[in-house]
Design a protein around this ligand. Structure first.
Ligand code: B4P
Length: 187
């Protein structure tokens, strides 16, 4: 099964993806994690994307599509992919549809985590204390939220039109959200 975990910045996509890896054995494909690894490794790619990510902007579609394409065989071998933080633009979603069609595979569900802006802002401070990510300031979060509304939210009608969106309340505890996702996937 291939699914997309969808939601605004700090909605808990990465948190829930890691739990799904444990419970279902699928592969987490987080473009955010891949880009942060490139920065940590000091690679050419990392140098190109660091300032963009620190400012809360989106890196180019070409870069993230290539990163995803490289990892698809691994997800296929595991029997499922959890797309986490990808796609983030309609162009990325169209590219993903093409990549999967070429492999006779498809997205089955798009799990949309619903979390209000006040809670998202609260989580910025929490993660800043835990992980020290350069984009975890309220100022950068505000920019990331605007980017989400302008460039990523148009994916909601894109996938709703395909009948794939399942909405999940992302406001509860990590465990409560995980239980709601399990119901949404298996129901
Ligand atoms: P991402 O790495 O995708 O990050 P995110 O949206 O901040 O986080 P997520 O929703 O996964 O939240 P998390 O579980 O960590 O993106 C980072 C940047 O990479 C982007 O701004 C962009 O520059 C770039 N990028 C990535 N993908 C791209 C793409 N496809 N195209 C272009 N650019 C791309 O949770 C957040 C915090 O909340 C954590 O501290 C967690 O512990 C806490 N939390 C989670 N669930 C909770 C709950 N239920 N209750 C309380 N706290 C909770």
């Amino acid at each position: 099964m291939n699914i997309i975990l969808f939601g605004p910045p700090n909605a808990g996509k990465g948190t829930q993806a890691k739990l799904l890896v444990e419970t279902r054995g699928w592969v987490q494909l987080s473009t955010g994690d891949m880009l942060r690894s490139a920065i940590a490794a000091g690679s050419d790619l990392g140098k190109r994307v660091q300032a963009i990510m620190d400012a809360g902007e989106l890196v180019s579609d070409e870069i993230v599509i290539e990163l995803i394409e490289e990892r698809l065989p691994e997800a296929e071998a595991a029997g499922g992919a959890i797309f986490d933080g990808f796609p983030r633009t309609v162009a990325q979603a169209e590219a993903l549809d093409k990549l999967l069609a070429g492999r006779d595979s498809k997205i089955e569900k798009v799990v949309r985590l619903i979390v209000d802006r006040a809670e998202l802002t609260k989580r910025v401070e929490k993660r800043a204390a835990e992980q020290g990510r350069a984009d975890d300031t309220v100022e950068v979060f505000n920019n990331r939220f605007d980017v989400y509304e302008n460039q990523t939210a148009p994916l909601i009608p894109y996938y709703t039109g395909q009948g794939k969106v399942v909405e999940v309340d992302g406001m509860g505890s990590v465990e409560a959200v995980a239980a709601s996702i399990a119901t949404a996937l298996d129901g």
